[in-house]
Design a protein around this ligand. Structure first.
Ligand SMILES: C[S@@+](CC[C@H](N)C(=O)[O-])C[C@H]1O[C@@H](n2cnc3c(N)ncnc32)[C@H](O)[C@@H]1O
Length: 242
């Protein structure tokens, strides 16, 4: 087990994971942690939360069943995860979020709806994919509205980069799908470009093209924020060929 506080180093103002030697895609600002979120975190973490550790976790054992495994990366307040898991009780969802107020909000909603098909990880997804998720174990990955880091000097913090793709390639099953949505055009272009450099990922819309919005994708708070700023949304879907 690697305790979180010992896995970061600060270098030139960037937070770097000592464990995976990568720049973090987030800053650890807690923001507003409401009493309800904190209470839910304290009360339900043991029931639905999964502690980070460096041993591979058997996913069927985690959910007590064999079912498709879907990882939702950066769940924010968790509303979209809740909507999808409620609509699809036949699937198991691994919700990954570093922001504790968001995790508290998600845990509260899981308990209120008594959902058995969500487990929550409160840790950096790069470390989770590197150490905890077994190879060839995920059927689908969602990355909806990853932090855009719009300033050029911050682009190195963007979550979707070569390291993430290498981790996903190991953890995804053959023919698994990755669904991404962003409201930042230059990030969308960057995503197209880096997936195209990696053999093993196929753009299901054709090289250089975006996908139609999946009808089942919930409208999230971040998407709404972007729309309020008149941003368009770009969807991307890739398949993993092994
Ligand atoms: C812009 S929000 C989008 C939330 C949600 N998907 C939505 O569409 O409403 C991006 C989220 O990703 C989380 N995040 C960023 N980097 C992460 C990482 N390396 N591991 C896990 N979560 C991360 C952030 O804390 C943030 O809540």
């Amino acid at each position: 087990m690697v305790p979180f506080s010992n896995t970061d180093a600060s270098f030139s103002g960037l937070i770097i994971s000592v464990v995976t030697n990568t720049i973090r895609s987030y800053v650890r600002r807690e923001g507003r942690f409401t009493r309800a979120q904190r209470n839910a975190f304290d009360k339900y973490w043991d029931k639905y939360g999964v502690e980070f550790n460096c041993a591979k976790t058997d996913l069927d054992t985690l959910f007590n069943r064999h079912a498709p495994k879907i990882m939702d990366i950066g769940t924010g307040m968790g509303d979209a995860t809740i909507e999808m898991a409620t609509a699809h009780p036949e699937n198991d969802y691994l919700a990954v979020e570093v922001h504790r107020p968001g995790v508290g909000s998600l845990l509260k909603q899981i308990e209120t709806r008594q959902l058995n098909n969500i487990r929550v990880f409160n840790h950096d997804v790069i470390e989770i994919l590197t150490y905890q998720i077994p190879d060839n174990s995920l059927d689908i990955v969602y990355i909806f509205f990853p932090d855009p880091w719009p300033k050029k000097r911050h682009h190195k913090r963007r979550l979707i980069n070569h390291k993430l793709l290498d981790c996903l390639m190991n953890c995804l099953k053959a023919n698994a799908r990755i669904f991404i949505a962003t409201d930042w055009e230059d990030y969308a272009r960057h995503i197209l470009e880096i997936f195209e450099t990696k053999s093993g990922f196929i753009n299901l819309s054709g090289a250089g093209r975006y996908a139609p919005r999946p009808r089942w994708r919930p409208n999230t708070k971040f998407e709404q924020k972007g729309k309020n700023l008149n941003h368009c949304v770009w969807d991307l879907v890739f398949a993993c060929r092994k």
